[in-house]
Design a protein around this ligand. Structure first.
Ligand code: 5RP
Length: 224
């Protein structure tokens, strides 16, 4: 199976997973990235069965609207039934690294507001220990150098993602060479650095279920 076929299988599985729970007034959270894009395309097929969506990025909002799916402000929507999003890495606790698409902060906010976080990914994202994928950290621009020095002191190797400005007007440091033994501890530690908006560890609030595309089909994985 190609990567695109794996994505399509996973995204259809996500639609099938949420569909029985959707009602006319349901609003769902939708993530960002190529897997999430493919999910949005599949979601459009059942758009008459729910009210609308909250988007985790401007790009996702545009894609949803392009399919005629109403997009709500999170402040109007309240608690969401589901958040569906991809990941850059996942471990068996369904703790994730996210932010490859620089949307980590809004993704984390929408995930926090959702009853169930459904992660959609193929098995290339599965790792024993998080950290091979450089950990994205969203930073207030004036604090970039300070935050980078603090991250070096923690043993990381931060690289400024040149030319990228997030939807919130901030910059991204991608942190290499982290061996993430305790993901919750590191998530909290990085977020405590002044100038950090948030980091791409989704460990304090991990995914609830992973729909993982494999060559043998889509597996439903719950946290161990
Ligand atoms: C964007 C993200 C994405 O979910 C992550 O980068 C995975 O993307 P893709 O589905 O394209 O592999 O966190 O900020």
């Amino acid at each position: 199976m190609t990567q695109d076929e794996l994505k399509q299988a996973v995204d259809q599985a996500a639609v099938d997973y949420i569909k029985p729970h959707l009602e006319d007034d349901s609003i769902i959270g939708v993530g960002t990235g190529s897997t999430a894009n493919c999910f949005i395309d599949a979601l459009a097929e059942i758009k008459h069965t729910f009210d609308g969506a909250v988007a985790s990025s401007d790009a996702t909002a545009e894609r949803l609207k392009g399919h005629g799916i109403p997009v709500y402000d999170l402040n109007e929507a309240g608690t969401l039934e589901f958040y569906i999003d991809g990941a850059d890495e996942t471990n068996d606790h369904l703790q994730l690294i996210k932010g490859g698409g620089a949307a980590l902060t809004r993704e984390k906010i929408v995930a926090a507001c959702s009853k169930q976080f459904v992660c959609i990914a193929d098995d290339s994202k599965w790792v024993d220990i998080l950290g091979t994928f450089p950990l994205p950290v969203e930073v207030i621009p004036m604090a970039r150098s300070y935050v980078a020095r603090e991250i070096v002191a923690l043993g990381g190797d931060p690289v400024y993602r040149q030319g990228v400005v997030t939807d919130n007007g901030n910059v991204i440091l991608d942190v290499h060479n982290l061996k993430i033994q305790s993901a919750t501890e590191l998530e909290e530690r990085l977020n405590a650095i002044v100038g950090v908006v948030t980091n791409g560890l989704f460990a304090c609030r991990p995914a609830d279920v992973l729909l993982m595309g494999t060559s043998e089909g889509v597996k439903t994985v719950k946290a161990s």
